[in-house]
Design a protein around this ligand. Structure first.
Ligand code: CP
Length: 307
């Protein structure tokens, strides 16, 4: 496939073939991180900027590691140490960064659509590292890669997504990706955290977590998005944890080889118990490891190939 895109802004704009192409491309990058010398010259001479207006541990770090392992030069900008604090607009920041001729800008922003605006006004590749409650495309790609790695396929699976789905860009991007495949997607959480017309996205709704997890192949847990007002949608975190916190008893209702996923950061004791997070079914750290390889593939496909 000739993937001639300039930007990666969302999963909703990708076809099934494009998603599979990225996942297949990822295979060749995974091995690099296991070598003694974790560096190849693929992106030598390229410049990658991460521009983050929201906190991040995994996404920012793994993009930086991915770029460095491909020999790109990397620059990290956090909003709280940038001229955003002095009142500079996102447009002006983008135009000023563009003047320094980077090849790619990875942006995380509180405003849905911020990466799309950037992509319209600059010539560099733009990658969405999470825009408000809208999309987090590389998270969904690494999640699908992990599911396929552990289950051998993406078809024929029951995938349960649990938690604050209304405010979750991870849930949206995963649903957009998974509905290309022959999967049963079940969303579970308090009524206030499931969007009213969620079925129109091709998923089922189940408020009872005990029923939702029956025969599940994959359980994907989400945290409450406090920064988007998530806690105001539940009476208390104690009640939430009782009804929607994943515990060993839920694992016993799922398939024997169920995998437990979480995009991080986890709130232990709220949406997931320690014994589940650290237990034999957890693939949470595999997701993080795969995130580097997926982001290496995305960077290579966007800025590493002759067009
Ligand atoms: N999964 C994820 O987006 O984690 P960070 O917020 O730490 O980047």
């Amino acid at each position: 496939m000739n993937w001639g895109k300039k930007d990666l802004l969302g999963i909703s704009e990708l076809s099934k073939e494009e998603i599979l192409f990225i996942l297949d491309s990822t295979e060749s990058f995974k091995d690099i991180s296991k070598r003694d010398i974790k560096k190849v010259p693929t992106l030598r001479g390229k410049t990658v900027i991460t521009l983050f207006y929201e906190p991040s541990t995994r996404t920012r770090t793994s993009f930086e590691i991915a770029a460095k392992r491909l020999s790109a030069d990397t620059i990290n900008i956090s909003a709280d140490t940038s001229s955003y604090i002095k009142g500079e607009t996102l447009k002006d920041t983008a135009r000023n960064l563009e003047s320094m001729n980077p090849d790619a800008i990875i942006i995380r922003h509180t405003m849905p659509g911020a990466p799309h605006m950037l992509a319209r006004i600059i010539g560099s590749s733009v990658i969405n590292g999470g825009d408000g409650a809208h999309e987090h495309p590389t998270q969904a790609l690494l999640d699908l890669y992990t599911i396929r790695e552990k289950k051998g396929q993406l078809d024929g699976l029951k995938i349960v997504i649990v938690g604050d789905i209304a405010h979750s860009r991870v849930a949206r991007s995963n649903i957009f990706a998974l509905r290309h495949f022959d999967t049963e997607i079940v969303c579970s959480g308090p009524p206030t955290m499931l969007p009213p017309h969620i079925e129109t996205l091709g998923v089922k709704r189940e408020y009872d977590l005990n029923k939702a997890v029956r025969n599940a192949d994959v359980i994907m847990m989400l945290r409450i998005q406090k920064e988007r007002g998530g806690t105001s949608f539940i009476p208390s975190t104690r009640e939430y944890s009782t009804l929607f916190g994943l515990k060993k008893e839920h694992i016993e209702k799922a398939k024997q080889d169920v995998i437990i996923m979480h995009p991080g950061p986890m709130n232990r004791g709220i949406e997931i118990s320690d014994e589940v997070a650290d237990g034999p079914h957890s693939v949470i750290l595999d997701q993080v490891e795969n995130g580097v390889a997926v982001r290496m593939a995305v960077l290579y496909l966007l800025i590493g190939r002759e067009s």
